[in-house]
Design a protein around this ligand. Sequence first.
Ligand SMILES: C[S@@+](CC[C@H](N)C(=O)[O-])C[C@H]1O[C@@H](n2cnc3c(N)ncnc32)[C@H](O)[C@@H]1O
Length: 263
Amino acid sequence: MTTDASQCSSQRGDWWTTFFDDTYANLGLIARQGADATHIVEVAIRELKLEPGMRVFDQCCGIGRIAIPLAQRGMIVEGVELAASYVERARADAAKLGVSATFVEGDAFRYVASLPCDAAINVFTSFGYAADAARNEEMLRRAFESLKPGGRFLLERFNPCRIVAFGLTPYGSRVPLPECGGDAIILDEPVADWHRGVITSTWTIFFPDGRREVRSFETAMLFPHELIAMARSVGFVDIELRSGNGEPYDRHARRLLLLARRP
Ligand SMILES: C[S@@+](CC[C@H](N)C(=O)[O-])C[C@H]1O[C@@H](n2cnc3c(N)ncnc32)[C@H](O)[C@@H]1O
């Protein structure tokens, strides 16, 4: 089966307002609820020194993949998410598990947590979607404003220096899609646009029933010095970079952590 332009999501404009649908939830989030989510939860607890009873803001929380386990560990969690269906799913999953957590449908460029928090997180490359750096900085400012004085922030995303060092290669992955009776294959063909400082990822998704869909999205590279400058500009102090596992940051790291504190 071939694909046509109507099946391709646009990479222009605010792509994130339409990209995060049921297909992405199944392939990108539900399939990564196990070990991948547990790793991020453990990193957040360790790096932010989270303890039961602390209030945590999860910016761009998706289906609650990280927020719900944090709430299960005793944190008081508030998540904000743009996709209404993801918010519904997060609320339903939390209720099913008997977990108390608050999920708000809202725009993280504007939304500030309803009460000042001890910690805030923005994980799994949920930051850097806007083409305009000033707009991305606004999201960081909302994380800052959501914190109590002394509150700590964790940003987790891909490491752009690894791309400079080792390049980008097409990558195939197999993702179980039980409701479609098999596995989907995703061929991810990322391309770096060094002039604009963005990575454009084009996914060709081969569904178990023979359908094929192509969709693209783009994310700002945001090199360490740019992230640090943005974090400083919104008021954060004690800004540190680490590799995704919490080790010292270097170009080999697949993931990057930025840690910071509201003074
Ligand atoms: C890559 S997913 C990660 C979700 C979640 N952080 C996790 O780790 O499971 C990015 C999420 O950010 C949400 N998002 C993107 N832009 C947003 C915005 N401006 N406001 C709120 N949510 C947004 C998307 O709808 C999507 O659920």
